[in-house]
Design a protein. Structure first.
Length: 163
C-alpha cells in the first residue's frame, strides 16, 4: 500500500524568492513588521535561524494586520516625537574639526564623528542611523539621519581644519 506524505505549503515564488515578516529592523532589507521578499537561501539560512524573520503565512499576515492596526495610534506619537527631534537637529550647526594639511584631512570623517559631534551638541543619535559616507576633505557636507522609518533628516555639517 502506497501512502503519500502530506505536502508542506510552498512559500516560494517562481523566482526562488520567499515572503517573510521581519521581527526587527534589518539593514538593507526592511523594518520591523514589514513583509519583504528575499532570496530563499538568505531567508532560510540567515534571517529565520537568527530570529530576524518568520514565514509570511496567510495566518501570520492576518495576525500582523491586526497588530499593526492596534499600533497605529501609538505610532502617531512616536512620529511626532521624531519630528520634534528632527526640528532640533535642523536648528543645529555642526562643525567638526580634524587635523588637515591644506584641504586634505589626515584620516577621514565618518558617521562615528558626526554622532560624537551631535552628542556634544546635546542630541544622542545612534551612529547606525547616520548615513554620511567617508569624507576626506574640508568643506560643507550633508548627512542623512533616520529617526524613524518615515522621518529622515538632512543634517548639514562643516569640516574645518584644526589649528
Amino acid at each position: 500500500m502506497l501512502v503519500s506524505r502530506k505536502k508542506e505549503p510552498n512559500f516560494y515564488n517562481k523566482d526562488n524568492n520567499m515572503e517573510l515578516i521581519l521581527k526587527q529592523d534589518v539593514q538593507n532589507v526592511g523594518f520591523k513588521d514589514d513583509i519583504v521578499t528575499v532570496k530563499a537561501g538568505y531567508g532560510r539560512n540567515f534571517l529565520i535561524p537568527q530570529g530576524f524573520a518568520t514565514l509570511a503565512t496567510p495566518s501570520a499576515k492576518k495576525v500582523l494586520a491586526e497588530n499593526l492596526k492596534q499600533k497605529a495610534h501609538k505610532e502617531a506619537k512616536v512620529i511626532a516625537d521624531a519630528n520634534k527631534v528632527a526640528d532640533a537637529l535642523k536648528a543645529l550647526e555642526i562643525k567638526i574639526s580634524s587635523k588637515a594639511g591644506g584641504e586634505k584631512l589626515f584620516g577621514s570623517v565618518t558617521n562615528i564623528d558626526i554622532a560624537a559631534a551631535l552628542e556634544a551638541a546635546g542630541q544622542t543619535i545612534d551612529r547606525k542611523f547616520i548615513t554620511s559616507g567617508v569624507v576626506k576633505r574640508t568643506g560643507k557636507y550633508t548627512a542623512s539621519v533616520r529617526l524613524h522609518r518615515d522621518v529622515v533628516v538632512e543634517l548639514p555639517y562643516e569640516i574645518i581644519a584644526e589649528v
